[in-house]
Design a protein. Structure first.
Length: 289
């Protein structure tokens, strides 16, 4: 294989241009004195580059830069700069500012100072979480009805249908628990406010009852119209929640919970799709089999 010459293609053009320029400069020097103007140095530059990471996952949550301007003499004097965390979220504990020592920077110099923040999600600040249910407090209570589904018409074949179901748990005395938490805290490194926020968020994780759309298949006689009137059984009980926050074990007692059971779809036939004399479609009543 042929080796390419050093002076080939673009490389050759650049090399020749450099040679030509050098020749011009040196030729010029032979004919007259070459006076070089002093180069004016640029003002000093100092940039603080802040990065925020999730303390648990290591995810990069954001970055920000702070530029420190030079003085009239073009230099930056030694100083202390307070840098605030460039990230905040209702799901995270507040992050304290960091004091950065900026060294003296001479005119013509530039420096970059990295700063790292770690933000902790409120929910993840509680460790070793456990619950204890009072078995004697378990009570079946009134079931809750969900909204009636849209009307369907049977096809005689499997067809996809949807209905709503309640899932999860609901805290019945959250205000009372919040008040108790505010008197419970005995923090160490973290502030009392942060520990209170963590414990309240822990309670909130059990207050998660929601409506979920259930998709399933049914086979109904062709022409039959039907709906779903779902009903969810409910259970109430009392439990306690324990967790370690800031190396202190906290127990929140008397947590009153309502828990959704397995929803009964409540299939109800509206009409059988056949007529009788002057009447409309007759039928109805119990769910189809």
């Amino acid at each position: 294989m042929k080796k390419k010459s050093f002076l080939s293609g673009i490389g050759a053009k650049l090399a020749l241009a450099a040679v030509a320029l050098t020749t011009v400069v040196f030729t010029s020097c032979e004919k007259e004195e070459f006076n070089v103007e002093p180069i004016e140095q640029a003002p000093a530059s100092a940039t603080i580059f802040a990065t925020v990471y999730d303390q648990t996952t290591g995810e990069n949550l954001g970055t920000a830069t702070t530029t420190i301007a030079a003085g009239e003499n073009g230099a930056i004097a030694k100083q202390k700069v307070t840098v605030t965390c460039p990230f905040s979220s209702a799901e995270y504990l507040p992050v304290a500012s960091i004091d950065v020592e900026v060294p003296e920077v001479a005119k013509g110099q530039m420096i970059l100072i990295p700063v790292t923040f770690y933000a902790q999600k409120i929910a993840s600040a509680a460790q070793n979480v456990s619950t204890s249910k009072d078995e004697d407090s378990i009570e079946q209570v009134k079931s809750e009805s969900n909204k009636t589904s849209k009307e369907y018409t049977g096809t005689g074949k499997p067809q996809e249908v949807e209905y709503d179901a309640l899932v999860g748990t609901k805290i019945l005395n959250k205000t009372e628990l919040y008040s108790y938490i505010e008197t419970l805290v005995n923090s160490r490194a973290m502030s009392n406010d942060n520990v209170i926020a963590v414990l309240k968020a822990l309670v909130d994780t059990y207050d998660n009852m929601a409506t979920k759309t259930i998709k399933t298949e049914v086979t109904m006689t062709e022409g039959v119209t039907f709906v779903f009137k779902p009903v969810t059984p409910m259970t109430e009980y009392v439990m306690s929640i324990s967790a370690t926050v800031d190396n202190v074990i906290y127990t929140i007692p008397n947590v009153k919970v309502k828990e959704a059971g397995t929803t009964d779809a409540g299939l109800e036939v509206l009409s059988h799709g056949h007529g009788h004399g002057d009447n409309g479609n007759a039928g109805g009543g119990a769910a189809g089999k």
